[in-house]
Design a binder for this molecule. Structure first.
Ligand SMILES: [Zn+2]
Length: 264
């Protein structure tokens, strides 16, 4: 959606007395779908994924992914209070991962092609949790509903499985790809960098991870992750510019014993 139409909708909704939200980085957002509704949609999408995609039961892989994911969500509690998180490893060779409102995390085994160690996997998972913290799914659903006629159209979205998964960023299986905007990507990158650093992972791994993504993108099977999380030429530079803030957070977390050693 263009900036002008978002601004128009924000004005329209404000005129109707509907409240909007502000992202953790201070951006005004069009979000009017209640969190309870988003959590229900997240649960619905996750159930759908578990039905459609085989689940990996390898205990070493599961322990590794859980170790990284739980370290991230533990430090995210103040921004995103979720009573319990569900983490599932999907046996899928496409390089992808996602997090959904309501505390759901899915990691495809194909992501290990680009996220080659625990610090790099932490970058991916923290980026995904960053999208949920910044309510980007709620923003996408709200923008769609605003065009379709407001909250009355909510049933239309929840009944359309493909559209729902697409709006929540997991629609590749259904051919519905709705890439996040550059702004949303930068927000998720920076929130994610802060999260993984506070969990005691090495924030410098973010540079390596995105370099791996770029390298794979030039190969025969580009990472599916990039189709919903498009990279921009200045992504690495932006992350690099924030390392001076993130590294001390990571050092402090390690000094306080918050460094999780997660092994594949
Ligand atoms: Zn993203």
């Amino acid at each position: 959606m263009s900036k002008i139409s978002v601004r128009f909708l924000l004005g329209l909704l404000a005129g109707l007395g509907l409240s909007c939200a502000t992202s953790p980085l201070g951006r005004q957002q069009l979000v009017f779908v209640p969190d309870s509704e988003m959590n229900a949609m997240g649960a619905q999408a996750f159930t759908q994924m578990k039905t459609a995609v085989p689940i990996d039961s390898n205990s070493t892989t599961n322990n590794y992914v859980h170790c990284v994911a739980m370290a991230i969500v533990k430090v995210s509690q103040s921004q995103l209070p979720v009573p319990s998180w569900e983490v599932v490893v999907f046996e899928d060779k496409t390089a992808n991962a996602f997090a959904l409102p309501g505390g759901k995390i899915g990691v495809h085994t194909g992501i290990f092609k680009v996220a080659k160690n625990a610090d790099q996997l932490a970058v991916v998972i923290a980026h995904e949790v960053g999208h949920v913290i910044a309510r980007h799914g709620a923003e996408r659903v709200s923008e769609t509903l605003a065009v379709q006629g407001g909250l009355n159209a909510l049933g239309m979205v929840t009944k359309d499985q493909g559209l729902l998964l697409g709006l929540l960023g997991v629609g590749a299986q259904y051919g519905i790809l709705l890439p996040h905007s550059r702004t949303q990507e930068t927000e998720a990158d920076l929130i994610g960098l802060d999260l993984m650093a506070r969990a005691g992972f090495d924030p410098r791994a973010s540079i390596q991870l995105w370099q791996n993504m770029e390298k794979e993108a030039g190969g025969q099977s580009p990472p599916e992750f990039l189709s919903t999380h498009p990279s921009s030429p200045n992504r690495i530079e932006t992350l690099q510019a924030h390392l001076s803030q993130a590294i001390p957070l990571s050092n402090q977390a390690r000094a306080e014993g918050r460094h999780s050693s997660c092994h594949a």
